[in-house]
Design a protein around this ligand. Structure first.
Ligand SMILES: Nc1ncnc2c1ncn2[C@@H]1O[C@H](COP(=O)(O)OP(=O)(O)O)[C@@H](O)[C@H]1O
Ligand SMILES: [Mg+2]
Length: 230
């Protein structure tokens, strides 16, 4: 569950309008929700509140059993291990293979035994249809394949929540649909999926929930019947 209780966010610095104003929405466990709105509407800011990279200037954000008002800094790594994050620009390590881009995350959290590591990574790569590209480097992949690698990496810790910030922004339509199909499977497996995009046509196809932001405010909150448009 992700809950925003009358959240305001104002970045430090003079003369800024607040990035978010009185956002009051709840995304229940297991929902596939889209966050829509033009550039500057506050989508990325809202996702950063979920990972608690930013804290609200007013109001409260609740994520799983964590609460922005009471959370301790030392609890943040455990929150973030339970959230998978996917970005527009993939953020892969260019000098590592597909396999290694995923394996290093496991090593960082203490999984050192090679058979275990290999089993987890190869299962994830199969899940995103990239088993055959496991020894390629990011530069040898298409944009869609790079994003699928990034998704596999985001799923390493079996997150309860998957966040994606403009995940299809650098992709052609066919690759974008492949990415959304993977998100749908993650959602079907029980995770909460929250996707920020300015592309309403994708949301029209996949959203159970479409939250529209404009200038930091929620201006519409729709629960479309799938395939019937927004
Ligand atoms: N780190 C920051 N410092 C100051 N202002 C910011 C910062 N990040 C975003 N903003 C401002 O907050 C508003 C919302 O930005 P953002 O959340 O990135 O919107 P979106 O992702 O919908 O394009 C914009 O006006 C943007 O300029
Ligand atoms: Mg953004």
């Amino acid at each position: 569950m992700i809950g925003f209780d009358h959240v305001h966010l104002r970045y430090p610095g003079p003369g800024h309008e607040p990035a978010l104003e009185d956002v009051h929405v709840e995304v229940p466990t297991g929902q596939m929700a889209f966050l829509l709105g033009p550039s500057g509407a506050g989508k990325t800011s809202l996702l950063k509140l979920v990972t608690m990279e930013e804290r609200p200037t007013q109001g409260r954000v609740r994520v799983l059993e964590f609460d922005s008002v009471t959370v301790r800094n030392r609890e943040l790594p455990s929150l973030r291990r339970r959230i998978g994050m996917v970005y527009q620009d993939f953020r892969l390590l260019r000098d590592k293979t597909v396999f290694e881009n995923i394996a290093y995350v496991l090593r960082m959290t203490g999984v050192l035994d090679h058979p275990t590591l290999q089993r987890i990574v190869l299962r994830l790569l199969t899940h995103v249809s990239l088993y055959h590209k496991r020894n390629h480097f990011p530069d040898q992949l298409s944009g869609g394949e790079q994003q699928r690698t990034a998704i596999a990496r985001a799923l390493v810790h079996e997150p309860r929540i998957l966040l994606a910030d403009e995940p299809t922004g650098n992709l052609d339509t066919v690759s974008a649909l492949e990415i959304l199909e993977i998100f749908r499977r993650v959602h079907t497996a029980g995770a909460t999926v929250l996707i920020a995009t300015h592309d309403e046509s994708l949301a029209a196809r996949y959203a159970e929930r479409a939250i529209f932001l404009e200038e930091g405010r929620v201006v519409r909150d729709a629960r479309p019947a799938r395939g019937r448009g927004l």
